[in-house]
Design a protein around this ligand. Sequence first.
Ligand code: BJW
Length: 247
Amino acid sequence: MTIDLPSELITELRKAKRIAALTGAGISAESKIPTFRDAMTGLWASFSPEELATPEAFARNPGMVWDWYAFRREMCAKAIPNPGHVALAELEKRVEHFTLTTQNVDGLHQRAGSLRVFELHGSIARVKCVDTGRLLDGEIPECDEPPPRHPETGGLLRPDVVWFGEALPVEALMESAQAARNADVFFTVGTSALVYPAAGLPIEAVRAGATVVEINPLETPFTELATFSLRGKSGEILPAIVAALDV
Ligand code: BJW
């Protein structure tokens, strides 16, 4: 399959000293991890986000929230990085400064070989005490009635992810904002651009004068601000971009 890429974009990329990227659930769709907001197949197709991804939801029904994350933790562990993840890892090797910020909790960028990755919404592989925030070291304990408890603190365990209304990890957010402000080229890949503060990063990059490239099969609220809007799957477009740099 041939993908038409704007030649100006390839020229900009060849000149770029600083490249930054923001990814969302769409980049992992081709690894068979459902996105959140797809009306039919998305992770929230039969639940509203407020029922699952808030501290209040966990307080109301910790067992249901735990089970939902346990199901997804297993799915993420079995998933395999796709050519989109691999292409971003390859791009990192080719540029002086590369910063990858992901909203995903699946760890697939690191497994694809990306080295400098900031996880804005945490990681589904880690769990922590809901009362103290202390991370669990080692295996998740078995228990009859989930969630299990932290062996040291005695508090219920929850995933180490960022729910609505919770603060994002400070260092990840600061580094990502700085990378957006300094980028020559900024990619926003596979995100609906609805959830803040992540959705503010490409806007910061535009304001700072970067060339901003959106890769998504669908339009988003960010599309009209993008310098280049590439409609299609990231697992096809990103490898085509990396290949074009070699020509
Ligand atoms: C493809 C594809 C293919 C398909 N290739 N693409 C400013 C304005 C308004 C509201 C706010 C604001 N600032 C903060 C807020 C509130 C809130 C918010 O943004 N609400 C909005 C919904 C309006 N934000 C927060 O609460 C954040 N916290 C915060 O701001 O704290 C302030 C604070 C400060 C100090 C103290 C205390 C508090 C926290 C946000 C946390 C988001 N968490 C989640 C769950 C994580 C855990 C989990 O995984 O379960 O993160 S919600 C969910 O949405 C998840 C995602 O990371 C995030 C973004 O979704 P994403 O990745 O964009 O996925 P989708 O499904 O929406 O889109 C997929 C896209 O892929 C689609 O566009 C497809 O077309 C595309 N696609 N196939 C490329 N093959």
